[in-house]
Structure formats: structure tokens, C-alpha cells
Design a protein around this ligand. Structure first.
Ligand code: XMP
Length: 513
């Protein structure tokens, strides 16, 4: 291991992933571990520092999650955030009590800049906004600690013991609303923990390639390549490590966007790997003949995908490793830490039983999405692949309402491309997190030249979101929508009307099916 590690000890807070991301953004590698992890296991990692996260409990209750107080004597710098701050106070002899008035949201905070966390942040004024979310507070500090911040309601909004390198903040520095909060985390990492910021994707790529080589030996690796960011970066990394002992199977179900199948093929044809593209459009279309129910479409495509993949994989004989593009949020969300399990991710735990392989490898399982993209760039992948927006497995099949035909697929592909071109021209491509066209099943009356038309309606959808679990409709300027609409009705046959979807998620979903 040629980088320093910080442990984010998870007490079940809602921002735990965000803390880990912030630490990585500061160029420091970190891992999220459950607060139930035995102390010896944590010490064996030789962490440069530990961050206690927030959590929904009260530190003074016996039933609440806790740690062995010996952790404070290990000489490792610790930063407690919110619940972590209260737990530190409680375990070291301070007092934690319920608030008279809970503090929630943006709060005026007064900082003592002689504390390293704040003093090293030049741009931080003595009075600034922090993000608070707590119903308990520290009313008496443990012996040896000094106060470093307060608010009108919270006398001990930050405190520390410099000799023991123990720091605590009641507010959430990881949340963007805390002014200069990320710089405070950076100061803890660099000035208290002595981290050098040695976590770079160049560094990761080098280490990962060596680890993969060691693990795979002379074995063969198989990867299902969808062309999405994760599987593409996974392919590029594996190909660098094991060359043509990697086989990527790209099942082209015919529901990709315009030219996308060819782009994926082109991106990988120059690399040292076995790239197999299965053009299965006709099989998929025939299986979906007459199907209009969304769930049946998804199920049919999912089953057929496995069948086609399996048939192709069987031709390879036994493979040693099956690679998956699982990434860190999938791992955390599947309940690695103490946070509520948000969703069971399909990539974690559910091993396919249809391919004969010895072991699974997940070379990206410790990376966040932005790191995966950075790694992709490091490995020389094209921007088209690295910046690709999320795209559902069943592809355009769930963006055509009702029955799917080749004609409808062509119409949707053309409309979708026009929308994407206009978004790009307006410089909005990276500002809107997902945007696409949907072919509704509705036809309406229009007029073209001197004639009456009775044609399809295209719906455009654009959303902004941080996690895709909730989303807002994107406020795309009317001029941009207008240009896209004008081009779509002029350039795409059998479309005479364009509408823009202005629903949030919930109650709507991002996709229409
Ligand atoms: P919804 O429509 O549920 O979509 O709001 C949330 C996000 O998930 C994507 N999505 C999928 N991704 N397989 C995938 O890999 C699927 O079957 C699938 N369905 C939806 C969707 O594009 C959005 O980003």
C-alpha cells in the first residue's frame, strides 16, 4: 500500500458517504468502517487519522452505538462530527444533554481561529455559516479540552485537545452549506494527521494493476461490458493489467442510443483485450413483439440478456474470474457501514450462476463515481465514455411507451440525438445530470404545410440530482427547448409535437417506464 489511509467510522449518519468523498477530494484515501469493527482491526490498518461520523442516537444512552475509549489513547488523530463529537465528549468525561431548542440548518457560528481546524483556513472569517442538525449538545467539555466555536444555541460547537490530537465539531463540515467546511476537513487531514495528499488516480492505477496481476496470475477474466462508465473503466483497467487474457462481451440488444454500439466497439478495439460484440437486436425485438407492459419488457430483456451472455461465455470454456464494475457507493449502500440500508445493489452479493468461474473480482469497489471517471481519463478512455450519463440496462426499450418497433426506435434515436446536440451546444451537458427523449404512445393532430397530420408526441426529460433517488426537473432555458423542439418536428418523421416533463422525483421516476 503506497498511500496513507484515514478511517471513517460509521455511526449511522446520513452524510457518511459524503464525509468519505470529501476526504478523498482532499487527496487522502479513506475507508468507511462500521463502528462495531474491533479496535485491533482498525489499529492494524495503521490509519493516519479517524473520523467519527454523525448518527441518529444519543451518546448518553447505553443502547447507542459506541467505541472502546481506548481508541483515544492510540495516538491517532480523531475528528468527531455531530454524534461523533458528542460521543467523544461523553466517553472522555464531558456532559451531553438534550438541546432546549434543536438546531437545524444554516447557523451563524463564531470560530476561534487559534484552533488548527479553523486557523489554517485563511478565508474563514471569525463569524460564518455552518450546517447544524442536532437534538443533543455538549454542555460540559472533558478535562483537557478547550472550546473552539459556539453558536447562539450551542456553547460547544467545536472543541479540541491539541496534545492528544482530538478534535470535535458539532456542525457538519462535509455539507456544502458549511462555509469553508471542506477546507476545515483538509486542515484536519494535512495539519493534524500529517497526510500528504498522496491519493491520486495515477497512484491507484499503478497499485491496482499490480494487485490484479498478482491475483489473476495466468488466469482468464470475463467481463460483461455495457459501455457504461463503470464497466468501461473496469475493462480499461483489467486490459492494462492482464491484456488479452481479458474477454469483454458486449451484448448489443439494439436499444442503445444513436451510434452508441459502434462507439463502444471503437473505444475498445484498439486495446489489448478480446472484445466480443453480440448483435442481438433481432432476437430482442422478436422476444418483445407485442409486449407493452413496462415490467414485462424489463423482465424479458433481463432474461434474454443473461441467455445471450451465457451462450457467448460458454464458448470460452472455463474462465477463472468474473469481473464486475461494482463501485464504492454500491458497497456502502448495501450495508457495509451502520447507516440504514438504502438499497440492495444488484452488483453486490448476487452472483450470476450461469457462468462457470472460480472467483469474482471487483477492481473498482473502493472508488467513488468521480474517481472512476478520473481513473478512466488516466487510462486514456475517450470523454464520450467517461462522461457518459447513466443509461438504464434495458435502454431505449423503456423510453418507448407501449410496443417497440424498429421504426419507433429510429424515431426515438433521432429525437434523442437532436436533444443531446442542443444541450451540448448550449453548454449544459455537464450541468444536467440526465437528459433524454421519450417516445410517448400518444398521437395528436397537427398541421404541416397545408396538410393535417396525426403523429407522435416526443417528451423531453432533463433532471438535476445528486443521488438519482430524488431529482428535480432541470430548468432548461426555453430557447434551448425551443430549438430542440423545432429541430425534432422538422427532422424526425412522424413526430408533430414535443413536450417537456416538469415533474420531480418523487412522485414521478426519472425514466417513464
Ligand atoms: P428511476 O426511473 O427509477 O431511475 O427514477 C433512477 C436512475 O436509474 C436508472 N435506471 C436504471 N439503471 N438498469 C439500470 O442500470 C435499469 O433497469 C434502470 N432503470 C432506471 C435511470 O436511468 C436513472 O438514472
Amino acid at each position: 500500500m503506497d498511500h496513507q489511509t484515514v478511517i471513517v467510522l460509521d455511526f449511522g449518519g446520513q452524510y457518511n458517504q459524503l464525509i468519505a468523498r470529501r476526504v478523498r477530494e482532499c487527496g487522502v484515501y479513506c475507508e468507511v468502517r462500521s463502528c462495531r469493527t474491533p479496535l485491533e482491526e482498525i489499529l492494524a490498518i495503521k490509519p493516519a487519522g479517524i473520523i467519527f461520523t454523525g448518527g441518529p442516537n444519543s451518546a448518553y444512552l447505553d443502547s447507542s452505538p459506541t467505541v472502546s475509549a481506548e481508541i483515544f489513547d492510540a495516538g491517532i488523530p480523531i475528528l468527531g462530527i455531530c454524534y461523533g463529537c458528542q460521543l467523544m465528549a461523553h466517553l472522555l468525561g464531558g456532559t451531553v444533554s438534550p438541546c432546549d431548542t434543536s438546531e437545524y440548518g444554516k447557523t451563524v457560528t463564531y470560530y476561534d481561529k487559534s484552533c488548527t481546524l479553523f486557523g489554517a483556513v485563511d478565508e474563514l472569517p471569525e463569524k460564518a455559516i455552518s450546517w447544524m442538525s442536532h437534538t443533543d449538545l455538549v454542555t460540559a467539555l472533558p478535562e483537557g479540552f478547550v472550546n473552539a466555536a459556539h453558536t447562539d444555541c450551542c456553547p460547544n460547537a467545536a472543541f479540541y485537545n491539541k496534545e492528544r490530537k482530538l478534535y470535535a465539531v458539532q456542525f457538519h463540515p462535509e455539507v456544502n452549506h458549511t462555509e469553508h467546511g471542506i477546507r476545515m476537513i483538509d486542515s484536519f487531514l494535512k495539519n493534524v494527521c500529517g497526510c500528504t495528499g498522496d491519493w491520486t488516480m495515477e497512484n491507484f492505477a499503478r497499485t491496482a494493476v499490480n494487485e490484479i496481476r498478482e491475483k489473476v496470475g495466468s488466469g482468464k477474466v470475463l467481463l460483461a461490458l455495457s459501455g457504461g462508465v463503470d464497466s468501461s473503466v473496469c475493462a480499461a483497467l483489467l486490459s492494462k493489467a492482464v491484456g488479452d487474457r481479458l474477454t469483454c462481451i458486449f451484448v448489443d440488444h439494439g436499444f442503445m442510443r444513436k451510434n452508441e454500439g459502434d462507439e463502444i466497439e471503437r473505444a475498445f478495439s484498439g486495446r489489448e483485450l478480446n472484445f466480443i460484440r453480440v448483435n442481438a437486436k433481432d432476437i430482442f425485438l422478436s422476444k418483445l413483439n407485442g409486449v407493452s407492459d413496462p415490467e414485462t419488457k424489463r423482465k424479458t430483456i433481463g432474461e434474454e440478456f443473461i441467455r445471450v451472455f451465457e451462450a457467448e461465455a460458454k464458448k470460452l470454456g472455463k474462465v477463472d474470474f468474473l469481473a464486475q464494475g461494482t463501485i464504492y457507493p454500491d458497497v456502502i449502500e448495501s450495508g457495509l457501514g451502520d447507516s440504514a440500508v438504502i438499497k440492495s445493489h444488484h452488483n453486490v452479493g448476487g452472483l450470476p450462476d450461469y457462468v462457470d468461474f472460480k472467483e469474482i473480482i471487483e477492481p473498482l469497489r473502493l472508488l467513488f463515481k468521480d474517481e472512476v471517471r478520473a481513473l478512466g481519463r488516466e487510462l486514456g478512455l475517450d470523454d464520450v465514455l467517461v462522461d457518459r450519463q447513466p443509461f438504464p440496462g434495458p435502454g431505449l426499450a423503456i423510453r418507448i411507451i407501449g410496443e417497440i418497433t424498429e421504426e419507433k426506435l429510429d424515431m426515438l434515436r433521432d429525437a434523442d440525438l437532436i436533444f443531446r446536440e442542443e444541450i451540448a451546444k448550449a453548454g449544459l451537458a455537464t450541468k444536467i445530470h440526465q437528459y433524454f427523449a421519450v417516445l410517448t404512445n400518444m398521437r395528436s393532430v397537427g398541421v404541416m404545410g397545408d396538410g393535417r397530420t396525426y403523429d407522435y408526441t416526443i417528451a423531453l426529460r432533463g433532471v438535476t440530482t445528486t443521488d438519482f433517488m430524488t431529482a428535480d426537473f432541470a430548468q432548461i432555458p426555453y430557447e434551448v427547448l425551443g430549438r430542440a423542439s423545432e429541430r425534432i418536428v422538422n427532422e424526425v418523421k412522424n413526430v408533430n409535437r414535443v413536450v417537456y416533463d416538469i415533474t420531480t422525483k418523487p412522485p414521478a421516476t426519472i425514466e417513464w417506464e
